[in-house]
Write a protein that binds this ligand. Structure first.
Ligand SMILES: [Zn+2]
Ligand SMILES: [Zn+2]
Length: 272
């Protein structure tokens, strides 16, 4: 059983709902051994400053909960950094990610050319889903190269498949093999991992993010064990579909999954 949920938002994130302490108590109820909070920091994306967590407040609340529940669960301090290949954002994260005592850093692409595929209007810039998906993967490749080892795990690698007009129906690895191979190799080259993000199941995709074919190929290319996260924004979604994630992990050829503490990677055997 997978006992570490390493992608989680509380109400400190702009779109989070549950308070941190409720999530800690829920994790204890679920029998989790480790919980890693990864609040949003999408610096430079929204002019109103939303989706940038107040990191000092976050750290202070986290620290008090870590101490309070120390004998019941391991709490880890993480962040989900919204990566973009833009000078101001690169220089911001270069300092920010070093200047805080993070256990774990997820690097995620939430936008392409600063536009969010969550909104249908995004797709009007592209003749079809495939060209939008390709633009997304190409920007991830650029990010993976620029941000190097500044992050630990690349978040929900095919996030854009959640929002295309045809969803993930038209996706096949072969269609994007050139850019996806380059992206996976770039991630692996820096000693980073990818995550298995179970939110895809909750979005009705019948797959986690990324698609199992991407996870399989990542393994073939020599990728280290992924991290596992529910990407819950409320207690009800915590550790959701972790049995399916475990099955996919094993099907892709992994025996363990990864957890990061103080930015150092540890491997955990779900059967152990
Ligand atoms: Zn995300
Ligand atoms: Zn997230």
């Amino acid at each position: 059983m997978i006992k570490c949920d390493c992608h989680l938002h509380s109400d400190l994130s702009t779109d989070g709902i549950s308070p941190m302490e409720e999530e800690v108590l829920r994790a204890i109820d679920l029998g989790l051994g480790t919980l890693c909070f990864t609040e949003h920091n999408d610096y430079g994306t929204n002019p109103d400053g939303s989706f940038v967590v107040d990191t000092d407040r976050y750290y202070s609340l986290f620290s008090s909960l870590k101490e309070k529940y120390a004998d019941r669960i391991e709490l880890l301090f993480g962040i989900e950094a919204g990566l973009q290949p833009t000078d101001g954002i690169i220089s911001y994260f270069t300092d920010y990610l070093k200047d805080h005592p993070f256990d774990f850093i997820i690097g995620s692409s939430h936008v392409v050319k600063n536009k969010d595929p969550y909104y249908p209007v995004f797709f009007e810039d592209y003749p079809d889903d495939d060209s939008a998906y390709r633009a997304y993967f190409e920007e991830e490749l650029e990010n993976a190269s620029i941000y190097g080892d500044m992050y630990d795990s690349y978040g929900h690698l095919d996030y854009i498949l959640r929002y295309g007009r045809s969803g993930n129906k038209g996706f096949s690895y072969e269609k994007f093999a050139d850019v996806l191979d380059a992206l996976l190799k770039e991630i692996i080259k820096h000693g980073n991992v990818i995550e298995i993000n179970t939110a895809g199941f909750r979005k009705g995709m019948g797959q986690p993010n990324p698609h199992i074919d991407i996870i399989r190929r990542y393994r073939e290319l020599g990728g280290l064990p992924p991290t596992i996260g529910s990407d819950a924004h409320k207690t009800a979604d915590m550790a959701a579909d972790f049995e399916r994630a475990e099955q996919i992990l094993l099907e892709a050829g992994f025996r363990t999954y990864s957890v990061f503490r103080s930015r150092k990677r540890y491997e955990i055997d779900p059967a152990g």
